[in-house]
Design a protein around this ligand. Sequence first.
Ligand code: MV4
Length: 447
Amino acid sequence: MFKKILIANRGEIALRVIRTCREMGIKTVAVYSTADKESLHVRFADEAVCIGPPASRDSYLNIPNLIAAAEITNADAIHPGYGFLSENAEFSRICRENGIKFIGASPEMINGMGDKASAKATMKKAGVPTIPGSEGLLSSMQEGIKVAAKMKYPVILKATAGGGGRGMRIIRAEDEFEKAWNDARTEAKAAFGNDGVYLEKFVEEPRHIEIQIVGDQFGTVCHLSERDCSIQRRHQKLVEEAPSPFMTPELREKMGKAAVAGAAAISYEGVGTIEFLVDKNRDFYFMEMNTRIQVEHPVTEEVINYDLIKEQIKVAAGIAISGKNYTPTMHAMECRINAEDPQRDFRPSPGKITVLHIPGGHGVRVDTHVYAGYTIPSNYDSMIAKLITVAQTREECVVKMKRALSEFVVEGVKTTIPFHLKLMDNEDFKAGNFTTKFLESFDFSTL
Ligand code: MV4
């Protein structure tokens, strides 16, 4: 087992990893930018190293400084958390070259899954259902128009280097093709330095359901059931839950099998997520694979009583997994509490938290790095807490969430709490009746 893990991240996920390390008897090294000097991850770790100024590119994304911090503290592994360098193939490779275990995917795996067109081809070959579309990248606009005419509109153009919806355009008729083609490629080139695009049939009003998987170094892969992440706004998830209210035992069996087959085909090692679009007929299609621990991992942990960070560290250290698939016995939901003003287009609201009360009680978990008097820096993402509730049924889970949200007091900055409170009263939401379009028609003006 590792003796010392450096956490190349900040905020709640850095604390989350430190907590499991402490339980496992593993020493921890925090790294921090000068903006995070007063952060809890710095205080809770066994050691802390300053890695640079506030800007992410100079600190949490600064590979030489991170490697130097690992060298001077004698860390034998690096946990990258999510975001930052968690899916950076170069960082994974440099860790390997320096004899430091990267607790995440190999550079080959990151590159293979990071290119969406090649990830899709790999999954298709493994027997995972994929959305009908072009065979890989389009070589010209004329080819795209031909493919679209054959599969009929609406279609969607996607950047192969894409993510977060960037470089993506829905096309409803042939006369929109040229503009969409130019816009998608320009956006993709600017964002990723890669203007490769491919085409798919557009799935109307899908649900976003993802399967958590884990694979070990011996080729065993199992799934830990699903999370429903359909409640998103502009590709930012706001609420996630497990199980999906749309799930059936038959669908879970099929999606779990497909996810395991896909991950096994690439000999996936570590924890990962296979994202699917699920249409109204419960047909499901591979969308993307994430090769990191995700923000929303706690809902899975709560419904199957399983420490995903512990498992991630164990498989990285070469310990075999049981190989058993999991079916949830509980219901869990996560509300992302962001320092943003939901009535002003979710505009970031950094600043000092003057008053803070964190909810608690039965079935309530709060993963956070903030405290009363803490100043939220403007340099990083605005998530300040994840409020997770767990209960025997979805109805009880929502009731508990309302209760916990109503106890949550954050003064000094605007937060997404009022939005979540209104959502928990929404009849369609309460009925589990929603798709990825749900928040497009949500009224954020009265919260
Ligand atoms: C789609 C789609 C409909 N049809 N692909 C959004 C981000 C990227 N990962 C893929 N996305 C989508 N791909 C086809 N063929 C709809 C979306 C989509 C979406 C997916 C999941 C969650 C929220 C979404 C919001 C808008 C569009």
